[in-house]
Design a protein around this ligand. Sequence first.
Ligand code: ATP
Ligand code: MG
Length: 240
Amino acid sequence: MIKVTDLKRYFKTRDNTVKAVDGVDLTLDEGILASIIGTSGSGKSTLLALLGALDKPSEGTIEIDGQDVTKMGGRQLTAYRRDKVGFVFQAYNLIPNLSAIQNVMIPMEFAGVKRGERRARAEKLLEQVGLDKEKQNRKPGRLSGGEQQRVAIARALANRPKLILADEPTGNLDTETGKVIVNLLHDLAKTEKATILAVTHDAEIAKQTDETFKIQDGRIVGNNKNHNGKSLSEEAKTDG
Ligand SMILES: Nc1ncnc2c1ncn2[C@@H]1O[C@H](COP(=O)(O)OP(=O)(O)OP(=O)(O)O)[C@@H](O)[C@H]1O
Ligand SMILES: [Mg+2]
């Protein structure tokens, strides 16, 4: 479980202070896919950066498995980013001259996983996100946008993180592919027992997640549990 309390991030500029995140409280359960929706500049990316310990809050606490991330020192933070958090970005951020499978193996290399084990887990993850053997050996430039995003998701899962942070993971994809990716994230939250928090501009995408937080001017102004009704994974299975 992740518990965020009174989280603030103020940016001081020369003549004013931008309250990018301004007193956020939220609790995220294990195994859920949650979404953050809000207009441009509302604080979504800043909040994600704080949760991933890429940035330090001005105030507040972030507890994950009972540990307060905001109290961690340098070495603990490095371990936290490497072992507890997975990141997925809109622009995939894959390394262009490495194959899909090599991209997925990289975080495991940093974490000191043995070579043989790295390959086996990368293969399994890529299969799980729907990439066959032949595509696993392709470089990102020879994969479609949706396929590249699958690779990015597999890479985010590499070190079995408790928390996966996704900034507009469907932003570069067409609506249909976007839906498939959200379904995939939805299933992965359950199977990997992880918490996934995805930022989106798109209300339709948000509706497909378990829970939606609406952010405005750095504050949470709404929190909806979404009742999808049917299992979305049924649709995902029919995707080629
Ligand atoms: N390093 C910074 N210095 C000063 N202001 C910043 C900085 N980073 C973000 N901001 C400001 O904080 C506010 C929130 O920015 P943030 O990037 O979190 O928005 P966002 O909701 O992710 O927007 P978008 O949908 O456009 O990506 C904005 O007003 C932005 O200009
Ligand atoms: Mg943003």
